[in-house]
Design a protein around this ligand. Structure first.
Ligand SMILES: [Zn+2]
Length: 270
């Protein structure tokens, strides 16, 4: 009887011991995404930590902790493969020397200017980084940034372009153009902007896309120069942008970089 009990115990215990680790964010993921997760874990030499973004308006973010731990932050309503793969791609780029953020020197040194500078980085510099990794997401059989595409479609259907700031429209139009396979969406964003008398936004979006297609950035230096050229178009008569160099910082076993950036003002400070 004792021997029988031991055998039963072993049979029950074996599957528990060989069970795979818990899935990221408790999600059901495709084999390709699990492979990508494992690839990023291996590249950093540390398990990826899962967190909630500290800012409630953020759907997803990727950061590198002080000890070099890669961190993916996903909001509760963004626990899906689309957001996870996106953040893993950012983590891969960080290891290739793409910046984790910027250090700003500002012509007008105040909070408002800082927010504007960061807005340009998060919407333009990151959009350029996205364009660099979109082909890898498409190669996984996925539509990059599906949730952003859905939001943009909804906005075109329900909002009035006339009521949206021109720079914000220009960025959305630019981002739609950077997505292979979303050319119908880009066209409808264009028509929607024009119907809302936002021809300037279309002009800026087209000019930025032309810069991207001409420069076709692949390295961190090329991506940052493309960002600077695009930002100088988007903020044409208000701000000027310049890349000043890299600030390299060790974090644990990995090296990360901040882009040292200058944004000056072409109008009086306020
Ligand atoms: Zn991103």
């Amino acid at each position: 009887m004792f021997r029988l009990l031991t055998i039963v115990f072993l049979v029950i215990a074996i599957p528990a011991q060989s069970a795979s680790p818990p899935l990221p964010f408790g999600m059901t993921l495709s084999a390709k995404t699990i492979r990508l997760w494992n690839e990023v874990t291996k590249a950093y030499g540390k398990p990826i930590r899962e967190e909630q973004p500290p800012d409630v308006s953020d759907s997803g973010r990727s950061v590198i902790a002080d000890d070099g731990t890669p961190v993916v932050q996903l909001a509760a309503d963004s626990h899906d493969e689309d957001h996870l793969v996106h953040e893993l791609m950012h983590l891969k780029l960080f290891l290739e020397g793409f910046p984790i953020g910027a250090e700003w020197a500002l012509g007008c040194d105040n909070k408002r200017e800082f927010r504007l500078a960061e807005w340009s980085r998060m919407n333009l510099n990151e959009a350029i980084d996205h364009w660099i990794f979109y082909p890898q997401i498409r190669a996984m059989g996925m539509t990059p940034d599906q949730s952003y595409v859905n939001d943009l479609k909804k906005m075109v259907m329900s909002a009035d372009a006339a009521s949206i700031p021109a720079r914000s429209l220009a960025v959305d139009y630019f981002r739609a153009k950077t997505m292979a396979g979303q050319q119908n969406l880009a066209r409808s964003v264009r028509e929607w902007c024009l119907a809302g008398h936002q021809a300037e936004a279309v002009k800026a979006g087209d000019a930025m896309f032309e810069i991207l297609m001409k420069q076709r950035p692949a390295s961190p230096d090329q991506a940052i120069e493309t960002y600077v050229a695009c930002a100088n178009v988007l903020f044409e008569d208000a701000k000027g942008f310049k890349f000043l160099g890299w600030h390299n910082m060790p974090r644990g076993n990995v090296q990360v970089r901040l882009a040292r950036m200058l944004m000056w003002s072409l109008t009086p400070c306020r």
